[in-house]
Design a protein around this ligand. Structure first.
Ligand SMILES: *Cc1c(COP(=O)(O)O)cnc(C)c1O
Length: 413
């Protein structure tokens, strides 16, 4: 079975723990840059390709800064996310605003920043116009409903709250054109954590076909197509990486066959991947503080699902390494659990691991996307620190852990 490796040594982690107690998330700058470049390189054939990093995956400005250096924009869906993007110096078409059920102030801020706005409903056109006027460029999010199947995290498109129906799209582009919008984008996002590249090829095919129809029937001009995020990562050791090369090659063939042939070239291809870029390069580091044997064998950590909600939320697998015991046989079966008063607060269930002693350091893999970001304060849990393992080998605190003072700050008591 392929192994999951770590970009740091046990000694490095022990040194970090001396000044920064567990639990914390540690991000690997080198890995993040490598993933960013791999995506960019895969689409080097198309001019203007850009990934708008989905800020919700890892909303830390130090990470956004690194990705900005790699040429990425930011995909935002709330006011704080817009302001994060602004704080790292992104503006205009470097920001994609893909929101839903959007409050007025967020549309105003997106307009103020000159962000590309991706509307989630036909009614939002009039709403946006009334609030802040319409921009020159506008995008709509398509929901194909029964025409496509989804996957487990987002669910079937028919049941998903996002986007416009096919019929609504034709009406929305026509209306926007009539209101003076000059230039358009088309977006969809149907799957999350999908590892099969063919799913995204089908999405590209669907969007290209639709765009051709829209251009012809409504007479609008498209400057970009947004293939969304949702590319998966191999959380399990036996899973393979998403095949970026084949994905890109097949999209290129479709681009020739459809976009070029119908005279719609140049069309910028953009994406909004979060997980693919940072997911594999984050690690939740925790300490085993209790061992308990009842009907099952438990290892209690000083971390809990407030630090990483994915296992509880989706039954997601996250690989666990017991630091320093990588070569020992996995001859024990444990539930690795947190301290929340919720029985689904488990990082791993019935997991074969080496024998764990109290005080061992456990590393939970692939927490670089939708990890710390999903944190919460339920049960009085404080959010952990975030650290960056820099390309030069040094470790930097990029978010301190929450304190009791933070917890009480919003209380008038
Ligand atoms: C969550 C989200 C993304 C990012 O998803 P990943 O799985 O992290 O790639 C992109 N676009 C939209 C609209 C999203 O809601």
């Amino acid at each position: 079975m392929p192994e999951k490796t770590l970009p740091f040594t046990r000694e490095q982690i022990q040194k970090i723990i001396e000044t920064c107690p567990t639990p914390f998330h540690l991000y690997d700058e080198t890995g993040i840059r490598r993933s960013a470049r791999a995506l960019k390189d895969a689409f080097a054939w198309t001019e203007g390709f850009q990934n708008y990093f989905a800020v919700k995956a890892l909303p830390n400005p130090h990470i956004l800064q690194i990705l900005k250096e790699e040429g990425f924009g930011a995909d935002c869906s709330s006011l704080p996310e817009l302001i994060l993007a602004q704080r790292v110096g992104l503006s205009g078409a470097e920001i994609m605003f893909t929101s839903n059920e959007t409050p007025a102030g967020e549309f105003r801020k997106a307009r103020e920043l000159g962000a590309l706005i991706n509307l989630d409903d036909i009614s939002h056109l009039a709403y946006l116009e009334r609030l802040a006027g319409l921009p020159e460029t506008l995008c709509f999010r398509y929901n194909p409903g029964p025409l496509r199947s989804g996957n487990t995290i987002i669910g079937r498109p028919e049941e998903a709250k996002y986007g416009l129906t096919r019929a609504q799209l034709f009406a929305a582009y026509a209306l926007a054109k009539q209101k003076g919008v000059k230039d358009f984008g088309l977006h969809t996002m149907l799957a999350s954590n999908e590892l099969d590249y063919r799913y995204f090829v089908e999405t590209a095919r669907m969007l290209f076909d639709l765009l051709i129809e829209l251009a012809r029937e409504v007479g609008v001009r498209f400057s970009f197509v947004n293939l969304g995020g949702g590319i998966g990562i191999p959380y399990r050791p036996e899973q393979e990486n998403f095949d970026l090369a084949r994905f890109s090659r097949e999209v290129q063939a479709l681009y020739q066959e459809k976009i070029v042939r119908h005279g719609l070239h140049p069309l910028r291809i953009v994406m909004e991947c979060g997980r693919l870029i940072t997911g594999p390069h984050g690690y939740l580091v925790a300490t085993a503080i209790h061992k308990k044997e009842i009907y099952k064998r438990y290892i209690g950590l000083d971390a809990c699902m407030a630090n990483l909600m994915r296992p509880a939320l989706y039954g997601a697998y996250h690989h666990v390494t017991v630091l320093g015991k990588e070569r020992e046989p996995a001859s024990f079966t444990y539930d690795v659990v947190g301290s929340l008063c919720e029985n689904f607060d488990k990082f791993a269930t019935d997991r074969a691991l080496p024998e764990i002693e109290i005080g061992d350091t456990l590393v939970i893999h692939d927490t670089g996307a939708h990890g710390h970001a999903m944190g919460f304060n339920y049960n009085g849990k404080l959010r952990s620190a975030e650290l960056l393992l820099q390309a030069n080998g040094a470790v930097r605190l990029i978010r301190r852990a929450e304190t009791l003072e933070d917890y009480f700050r919003t209380l008038d008591f």
